[in-house]
Design a protein around this ligand. Structure first.
Ligand code: M6R
Length: 606
């Protein structure tokens, strides 16, 4: 992960670097640092913790300079500490790095033999010493070409040099990197978002490329060092302001926004007058697609899993689902008739990007479902379906999850209709239900006060289980993931019918178990499984939808009822109480809800 920024200007750069680093904190927040060049000397200030802490340090140790680089870190090699924080510098050069240098141990041995002394435990420091070593014999460009050949792994780099008072080198392999153009200054950043307050004119580096940025111009080079031209893209200049408003946390706001974001997305994709789906310019005919593979990580993977149930229910197409980090290294059977769909909120997740890249290299049909439309995954896909839910800042994905599920559901209707798998009547009923979704979500948010009380039982426990069948199984996985990442409670999502094959042994007196049993085709079976865990002492929180019918089970500890909607849309409604359960459990424990420990919003390392 990690976020990097660089500025060369005719003005002081420190405060602009700090502003950009704040925007990059979604990539990592365990340490931060800045290095600038002033009167031929590289100076750095860095510290453990967040950009606020760095700013306090900078108030004590002022950093002057018209050229500088900054970094927010998500530790890979070496603990989060001041010494391991970036930039890493020698007398000659200073480097910020996002990614992993896979052969750092071998390179380190070589450099130590040459007399280099290492201060940190990071892989990044080898880049510093390697450049310093090569600069003894070669000029800057040759040095960069040589070190890029030596480094294995994926990375984005920002580099400044003691002897170059107006120059930043940026290099990309795997990890994304953008260049921005301003008046008498130019920029380097992990993404355009970090640069948006300074410019809307952006170019992106492709894999293997590097650039030399000066305040009056930027030069780009390919893998061989040959000069290349780059398009300058003009992004929408109105920077989206997004703050917490009166909410305590972004996550709380993002949960509450869901009825609106879902409504916006439906309005983007569905023409209310004639119930048609606005997916225009879809590049392939239905006869060209015989199967779909859905790929994502974490919450995005759960939305893919959810979509599998819908596609199987509503279409005759073959569907498979994959975790991106597994897909990318498997011996895949690539098939020209398969549509590969990549799901990602950020559009920057390294594993998902690598899986997409692999499919592109094998000339497959690729499509992405993303929130950030300027992201690497969106740019590299042959077709993009945005989820239109606005910025998601909380590390825990909430409104983006519902947005991803919604777009996949709409895609399923579209493909089902294209293939004549869905008859007209069913299609129109499904579209009609979609228009009720936002209202029903709003009502489901009212379960809030009950959850606030219930969550006390999820705070100091050994662990919990989330059980569901069919449509509710992916939601059980998602509920467990939310509780893990926010409240640091061990939780397992399990298909309710699998409990008897092993996990039932975990159930002991008083263990809180969440059972998702909306009244759909799986309801009765799930209720039977619920009774099996109650019989073994579990304290069951049942999440279902409202009904006049009684629930045939005794000793249910707590029950939350969401609104009614068609069975296949109930997963949206039952997700809401689970998001709130995780939120309030973390709040009770006093944890940092928007930035949980050890995590980052955008996972740009593999
Ligand atoms: O940006 P992406 O959707 O590709 O991110 C994938 C996962 O890292 C992400 O969903 C993660 O699991 C969330 N923090 C879960 O809340």
């Amino acid at each position: 992960m990690c976020g990097i920024v660089g500025i060369t200007s005719n003005k002081q750069v420190t405060s602009s670097i700090i502003n950009s680093l704040r925007k990059l904190e979604y990539r990592g927040y365990d340490s931060a640092g800045i290095a600038t060049l002033n009167n031929g000397f590289i100076n750095e200030v860095k510290c453990e913790g967040r950009v606020n802490a760095l700013e306090k340090n900078l108030a004590k140790n002022k950093l002057q300079g018209n050229v500088g680089i900054g970094h927010v870190r998500w530790a890979t090699h070496g603990i989060p500490s001041t010494i391991n924080a970036h930039p890493h510098s020698s007398e000659k050069v200073s480097v910020v790095h996002n990614g992993i240098i896979e052969n750092s141990t071998i390179l380190k041995k070589y450099l130590i033999k040459k007399g280099h002394k290492f201060k940190s435990q990071t892989d990044t420091e080898v880049i510093v010493h390697l450049i310093t070593e090569y600069l003894k014999k070669d000029d800057l460009k040759k040095t960069i070409l040589k070190i890029l050949k030596k480094l294995h792994g994926s990375f984005a780099l920002g580099i400044i040099f003691k002897d170059e008072p107006d120059l930043i080198v940026g290099a990309r392999r795997g990890s994304p990197l953008a260049v921005g153009y301003g008046p008498n200054e130019n920029y380097l950043g992990s993404d355009s978002y970090a640069l948006k307050s300074m410019t809307n004119k952006i170019s992106y580096l492709n894999d293997g490329e590097f650039c030399v940025i000066k305040k009056d111009g930027v030069e780009f080079f390919d893998v061989k060092g040959l000069k290349i031209n780059k398009k300058i893209l003009e992004l929408s200049s109105n920077e989206q302001t997004y703050d917490k408003g009166d909410y305590k946390h972004y996550m709380a706001k993002e949960i509450e926004e869901q009825p609106t974001t879902i409504k916006n997305c439906i309005n983007e994709y569905i023409d209310k007058i004639n119930s048609s789906i606005n997916i225009f310019n879809f590049p392939w005919k239905s006869s060209e697609i015989s199967s779909i593979t859905l790929i994502g990580c974490g919450t995005a993977y759960h939305s893919c899993l959810m979509a599998k149930y819908w596609f199987e229910q509503l279409t005759s197409i073959n569907i498979s689902v994959d975790i991106a980090s597994e897909f990318r290294y498997r011996n895949n059977r690539f098939n020209k008739e398969t549509l590969y769909v990549f799901v990602s909120q950020s559009g920057e997740t390294a594993d998902t990007f690598a899986a997409l890249d692999l499919c592109n290299k094998n000339k497959m049909k690729t499509c992405s479902v993303v929130n950030v439309v300027e992201s690497s995954i969106a740019r590299e896909s042959k077709f993009v379906l945005p989820i239109h839910c606005g910025p998601e800042i909380g590390v825990a994905s909430t409104k983006a999850f519902l947005g991803q599920m919604l777009v996949l559901y709409i895609l399923c209707l579209k493909i089902g209709k294209m293939r004549n798998d869905i008859n007209k009547k069913v299609y129109f009923t499904k579209i009609k239900s979609l228009f009720d979704l936002s209202k029903m979500l709003k009502k489901s948010l009212e379960t809030e006060s009950r959850i606030e009380t219930i969550c006390s039982s999820f705070v100091d426990i050994k662990g919990s289980m989330f059980l569901g069948r069919g449509y509710s199984f992916p939601i059980a996985l998602e509920g467990a993931l939310k509780l893990k990442e926010l409240a640091y409670v061990h939780a397992e999502g399990y298909p309710a019918g699998e409990m008897k094959h092993g996990p039932l042994a975990l159930i002991e007196e008083g263990m809180p178990v969440v059972v998702l049993a909306p009244r759909d085709q799986y309801y009765k079976k799930t209720i039977s499984n619920m009774q099996e865990v109650i019989a073994r002492g579990a304290k069951v929180l049942l999440i279902t939808n409202k009904s006049k019918d009684e629930i045939y089970s005794e000793n249910i500890w707590e029950k939350i009822e969401v609104e009614n909607i068609s069975d296949d849309l109930l997963p949206f409604l039952i997700t809401v109480p689970l998001q709130k359960l995780a939120y309030y459990s973390a709040l009770k424990k006093g944890y940092d809800i928007d930035k949980p420990r050890n995590l980052a919003k955008s996972v740009t390392v593999e």
